[in-house]
Design a protein around this ligand. Structure first.
Ligand SMILES: O=C(O)CC1=CCC(=O)O1
Length: 96
């Protein structure tokens, strides 16, 4: 199942910078693990914002929920999820 996930990262101005750097490093490691597994298929930075647009390929809504809420930066994120399905004109058979 494919989902578009929009993540806006909102960090309080007074949050400890060292703790935030540690969270960012943990987020990057988790992202790369999920990317290698094919679960986090794509990510793009939204120009001019601390935001990204991502494509996830998961088995269920529950899997996506657990994955998103387990991200190190999740406590600082606003998340919007949109379910996707294959477009009939797509050339990509794995767009399911
Ligand atoms: O930088 C972001 O948008 C948040 C994030 C998601 C994966 C990652 O490495 O950082």
């Amino acid at each position: 199942m494919l989902f578009k996930v929009e993540m806006d990262v909102r960090v309080p101005l007074d949050y400890d910078p060292a703790r935030f750097e540690a969270l960012k490093a943990a987020e990057k490691a988790r992202f790369q693990e999920l990317q290698r597994a094919g679960t986090w298929r794509h990510i793009w930075r939204v120009v001019g914002q601390y935001s990204n647009v991502s494509i996830f390929d998961v088995e269920s809504n529950a899997q996506l929920h657990d994955l998103l809420t387990g991200l190190p930066l999740y406590p600082f994120m606003e998340v919007k999820v949109t379910a996707l399905c294959r477009h009939p004109s797509s050339l990509h058979d794995d767009d399911r």
